[in-house]
Design a protein around this ligand. Structure first.
Ligand code: NCD
Length: 326
């Protein structure tokens, strides 16, 4: 469950009793199953509203500070679009080279500054634990949009929401995660979230040097989930309901030669997918490089662009929740 509300000076008109009011979103560890059901039901409502009216005024007068220290297309744009579709405004700080960060300002000071101007802060930063650090210094809710190779909780929530929308269930699934499971923060969050559900089997397919971290596997094992590691996809693919493909994260390698060795380890093509079920989906947090060939995009099982759209609705839900409007 979420921690205590932070801001003692509550603006007039906010629903101070809303359960998520003023809370941070830092890790998927903070969500139980009831929280997930709630988030997905709000996200579903957001989808319906966007389809019917496009933009509406739930967060009119609220301001989001979008602080990005690492590159981003989808996360950044979908948080901005989410705030604007809810009638709010955005202060975007993505070119940190042009902000006082380039003068050597610390993260705590930058965050304290933005907390003066905005009602909620979204942060992406290359260090594990950076969002939690930011939350200690901000008296406004902080949302983790990726802390280095740590976690990416809002991505995992949108991944789950996409699976629910596509397959109609989140229990009784075989999920195969493929690629850079060491550095891929999205799979760290997603594996942890799946541990909340029943009858889940997780396959991890990666080169040896990019295996799922022990720490994540131990946490998931505690919930009684069956996890299996593989070097190739062949054995896992035929039983898979959700194939979650990831990019090999070049920017997180210390040794460029090691990256060169593993960068093309797996490629999903129409040929490879012949041995998969007819009723299953392929997801990818995107951006993709060569790990899914464009020839596969026309296959109905290729759900990654539909998945990406889910990000808008989940982020609308989260913003409305932490600002006391849902
Ligand atoms: C992912 C990320 O930033 O962790 N992208 C995203 O947010 N959709 C995946 C990646 O960069 O490979």
């Amino acid at each position: 469950m979420p921690s205590k509300p932070k801001n003692p000076r509550l603006p007039f008109g906010d629903q101070q009793t809303a359960p998520w009011y003023g809370k941070n979103i830092l890790t998927v560890k903070q969500f139980d199953r009831a929280d997930l059901d709630y988030i997905f039901s709000v996200a579903h409502e957001m989808r319906t509203m966007v389809e019917h009216v496009g933009t509406f005024d739930l967060l009119k007068g609220k301001i989001l500070a979008n602080l990005f220290y690492e590159p981003s297309t989808r996360t950044q744009a979908s948080f901005m679009a989410a705030m604007q579709r809810l009638g709010g405004a955005v202060v975007p700080i993505s070119e940190v080279h042009y902000s006082s960060v380039a003068k050597g300002e610390s993260l705590p000071d930058t965050v304290r500054t933005l907390a003066c101007y905005a009602d909620v802060i979204v942060i992406r930063h290359p260090e594990v634990g950076s969002a939690a650090l930011a939350a200690r210094y901000a008296d406004k809710p902080v949302i983790n949009a990726g802390d280095g190779p740590g976690e990416h909780p809002t991505q995992a929530l949108l991944d789950m929401f996409a699976i629910r929308e596509e397959l109609g269930r989140l229990d009784n699934l075989t999920v195969t995660m493929l690629g850079d499971l060491k550095h891929g923060r999205t799979v760290h969050s997603l594996a942890r979230l799946f541990a909340r559900f029943d009858d889940i089997r997780l396959n991890y397919v990666s080169p040896d040097i990019l295996r799922m971290p022990r720490e994540v596997m131990d946490e998931v094992a505690k919930k009684g989930i069956r996890q299996t590691e593989h070097a190739t996809l062949d054995a896992a693919l035929p039983e898979t309901d959700v194939l979650y493909v990831t990019r090999v994260q070049r920017e997180r390698f210390e040794d460029p030669a090691a990256y060169e060795k593993v960068k093309g380890a797996y490629v999903i093509t129409p040929e490879v997918m012949k041995s998969a079920k007819k009723q299953m989906i392929v997801l990818h947090p995107l951006p993709r490089l060569t790990e899914i060939s464009m020839e596969f995009d026309a296959d109905p099982r290729a759900a990654y662009f539909r998945q990406m759209e889910c990000g808008l609705y989940v982020r609308m839900a989260l913003l409305a929740m932490v600002l006391g409007k849902a």
